[in-house]
Design a protein around this ligand. Structure first.
Ligand SMILES: C[S@@+](CC[C@H](N)C(=O)[O-])C[C@H]1O[C@@H](n2cnc3c(N)ncnc32)[C@H](O)[C@@H]1O
Length: 215
C-alpha cells in the first residue's frame, strides 16, 4: 500500500535486497555480486521516485541501473514498482550524492543521468547544484573516462550555470538542446517523464538537455 506510514516504509527499506541505505558494501563489486553480469552501469542522481531510472531500465533491459536519492520515502516508492514489476536490472542507493565516491571504484560507472535536480537558486547555494565543480570532482572518481553525463532540466539557471562550470572544467559538451521536444524524437529523452517534468511541462516550461564528458 502506498499510504503506509513513513516508519513502516523505512523498516521495509532496511530489509530490501535491492536498496543500499548508507551502506557502501558493493564498492567495486556491483556487477559480480549484485547484477551478476558484465553490462554497463548507469546511475541516476536525485532519482526521487525513480521514474527515470525505471523507464531507462525498461527501455534497455540489457543494462544495469542504480537510482540515488537521500529521501527514504521516495526510494520506497521507486523500489515498490521495481519489485512489483520484478525488474532485475535496477537497484537504489539511499544516501547523499556527496558520498558516492565511497560506493564505486574508478571506472565502475558508465553513465550518469541528472533529471530535474534542484537548481538551488540562491547564490550561496551554488555548490549544492549537482553540476557544480565540487560534484564533478566526485563523479570523476568513478565515471569511465569517456563516460557520459546527461542533464535534463526545466531550469534556465541550472542549464546556464552548468555551461559556465563546464567552460572552466576539463570537459566536452556533446549535445546541447534548448528545447528537447523541438528536437528529433529520441526515446531516452521523449518517452520518459518524471513527476517533476510533467509538472514543468504543464506549467509551459521548456525542457533543456546537455550531454557531456569529463576529460
Ligand atoms: C526536484 S526532485 C527531482 C526528483 C526526480 N529526479 C524527478 O524528476 O521527479 C530533487 C531530488 O533530489 C534529491 N537530492 C537533492 N540533493 C541531493 C543530494 N545531495 N543527495 C541525494 N539526494 C539529493 C532530493 O531528495 C529530491 O528527491
Amino acid at each position: 500500500m502506498a499510504n503506509k506510514s513513513k516508519l513502516v516504509k523505512f523498516a521495509e527499506l532496511a530489509n530490501m535486497h535491492n536498496v543500499f541505505e548508507k551502506k557502501p558494501v558493493l564498492k567495486g563489486k556491483w556487477k559480480t555480486d549484485f547484477f551478476k553480469n558484465s553490462a554497463p552501469i548507469i546511475i541516476e542522481l536525485a532519482c526521487g521516485k525513480g521514474e527515470y531510472t525505471i523507464g531507462l531500465a525498461k527501455l534497455f533491459p540489457e543494462k544495469n541501473y542504480i537510482g540515488v536519492d537521500i529521501k527514504g520515502n521516495r526510494i520506497w516508492s521507486a523500489t515498490r514498482i521495481v519489485n512489483i514489476e520484478n525488474l532485475q536490472n535496477v537497484c537504489f542507493i539511499r544516501d547523499q550524492i556527496d558520498h558516492l565516491n565511497e560506493y564505486f571504484i574508478q571506472d565502475e560507472v558508465d553513465e550518469i543521468w541528472i533529471t530535474f535536480s534542484d537548481p538551488f537558486p540562491r547564490d550561496g547555494d551554488h555548490k549544492r547544484r549537482l553540476t557544480s565543480k565540487k560534484f564533478l570532482e566526485i563523479y570523476k572518481q568513478f565515471l569511465k573516462k569517456d563516460g557520459l553525463i546527461h542533464l535534463k532540466t526545466d531550469s534556465d539557471l541550472l542549464y546556464n550555470y552548468t555551461k559556465e562550470v563546464l567552460a572552466e572544467f576539463p570537459s566536452k559538451i556533446l549535445k546541447d538542446y534548448t528545447d528537447v521536444y523541438a528536437m528529433n524524437k529520441n526515446e531516452e529523452l521523449h518517452n520518459i517523464q518524471t513527476y517533476y517534468e510533467k509538472m514543468h511541462l504543464k506549467n509551459g516550461l521548456t525542457i533543456k538537455y546537455l550531454c557531456f564528458q569529463l576529460l
